[in-house]
Design a protein around this ligand. Structure first.
Ligand SMILES: *Cc1c(COP(=O)(O)O)cnc(C)c1O
Length: 391
């Protein structure tokens, strides 16, 4: 099929849920993708933070294909050593206690929301079900996670949304205090608002949330769907802040390119979900777990994390020398760029024409390169970005 045929049939057979760039990617190696015409692209996107080991990493392919050949799926009615291995790894990496495996970020967040409400219901009874999230947050596309998302543009068409969410301004402790009441059971935040424009929270604000949660037995829950799995140079971003949340959610990079999500909770929440209160058909699928086990074995070593921090700094230093760059935000290899000309969308489209895949978030350019991208690929990508930005 030619690109034009693909595009025509996409229009004909698929719901028009996505605005897409004009290319059809069909293969890749490392941080270099290839489209249907054989044109190559440097990849600064990882498929939105998913392919953390790049395209078709050798060890990852072996783990996934080996598992497909051994057994591709069993139901959650039976024990699975692969699920146990992922869960054990996540507990050891976070110092937390129990894991629920699912298929996506939105599902991991649904699990966190259910844990918060049931914990509170079990302990305090009805009337303590509100969850505070932040203005400008993003938590997913299900009806409930849209309700948790603190952006008005997401609160349209699909009424009625799930009740019980209140939105507090990021980094505004007074606004947080003003929204506290006896009805609040959890505070649920991203530490760097990803879709919201790569906005890191201040340490002071996060500490205030943690203190309030401890004092009032409110659950401190962190959406690490985009920031997790070593993206920021720590395995989970909260580890930069020196605080211990009650719940974290993880997805995107966790499977390195296959769908898997996880909700991880502390010991005090270990018994909240019981048989029959939550479940999923595909969650913890063996292929997904084999992929996650491989990813976690690679990206969580001290030397790998140090390299993520180093590459993040290297990219920042390169960006600082490019015209039209006004501000650089983010931590590690999660990077947002405010442009002088406020033309991120236009730049992103031109980058694709010039052989660079790059993301936007709000009116920013956003980089989420594969964590193992080479310095040579970084240089090539930055050079294309420079050409486009300074044109
Ligand atoms: C992408 C994202 C989600 C949603 O994840 P899906 O896998 O698309 O459901 C939730 N929260 C954050 C912070 C995200 O970046």
């Amino acid at each position: 099929m030619t690109f034009e045929e693909i595009k025509t049939d996409e229009q004909k057979y698929m719901m028009h849920a996505y605005g897409r760039f004009n290319t059809a990617i069909v293969s890749g190696k490392g941080a270099t993708a290839k489209d249907v015409n054989g044109k190559e692209y440097i990849d600064f996107t990882s498929g939105i933070g998913v392919n953390c080991l790049g395209y078709s990493d050798e060890g990852w392919v072996k783990a996934v294909s080996g598992q497909a050949a051994a057994i591709q799926h069993i139901s959650n009615l039976y024990y699975s050593p692969l699920q146990v291995e992922v869960s054990k790894k996540l507990c050891e990496l976070t110092g937390m206690d129990k894991v629920f495996l699912c298929n996506s970020g939105a599902e991991a967040n649904e699990c966190a929301i259910k844990i918060a409400r049931k914990y509170s219901y079990d302990k305090y009874g009805e009337g303590r079900q509100k969850i505070i999230t932040l203005v400008n947050s993003f938590h997913g596309r299900t009806v409930t996670t849209l309700a948790a998302t603190g952006q008005d543009v997401f609160h349209n068409f699909f009424f009625p949304f799930t009740e019980g969410f209140e939105y507090v301004k990021a980094n505004d402790i007074d606004d947080l205090k003003a929204h506290l009441s006896d009805e609040v059971c959890a505070i649920f935040i991203e530490l760097i608002q990803g879709e919201g424009g790569v906005m890191p929270l201040s340490e002071e604000f996060v500490k205030a949330i943690s203190d309030i949660c401890r004092e009032k037995d409110i659950l401190f829950m962190i959406d690490e769907v985009q920031t997790g799995v070593s993206r920021t140079g720590e395995v989970y971003c909260y580890q930069h802040y020196g605080l211990q949340p009650d719940v974290i959610t993880s997805a995107k990079g966790l499977g390195g390119g296959v769908p898997i999500g996880a909700c991880v909770c502390s010991k005090s929440l270990a018994d909240v979900l019981t048989a029959g209160t939550h479940g999923t058909t595909f969650g913890g699928n063996p292929i997904a777990c084999a992929a996650a086990n491989y990813v976690l074995s690679q990206v969580t070593t001290d030397s790998f994390l140090a390299e993520v921090r180093k590459k993040g700094d290297y990219i920042r230093a390169g960006l600082a020398k490019i015209g039209n760059v006004k501000e650089i935000r983010g931590i590690g290899m999660m990077i947002g760029i405010v442009t002088e000309k406020d033309n991120a969308k236009e730049i992103a489209a031109k980058c694709v024409e010039n052989g660079l895949l790059i993301l936007t978030a709000k009116n920013l350019l956003r980089l989420l390169p594969p964590l193992n991208i080479t310095y040579d690929e970084i240089d090539k990508g930055l050079s294309i970005l420079k050409t486009v930005m300074e044109a």
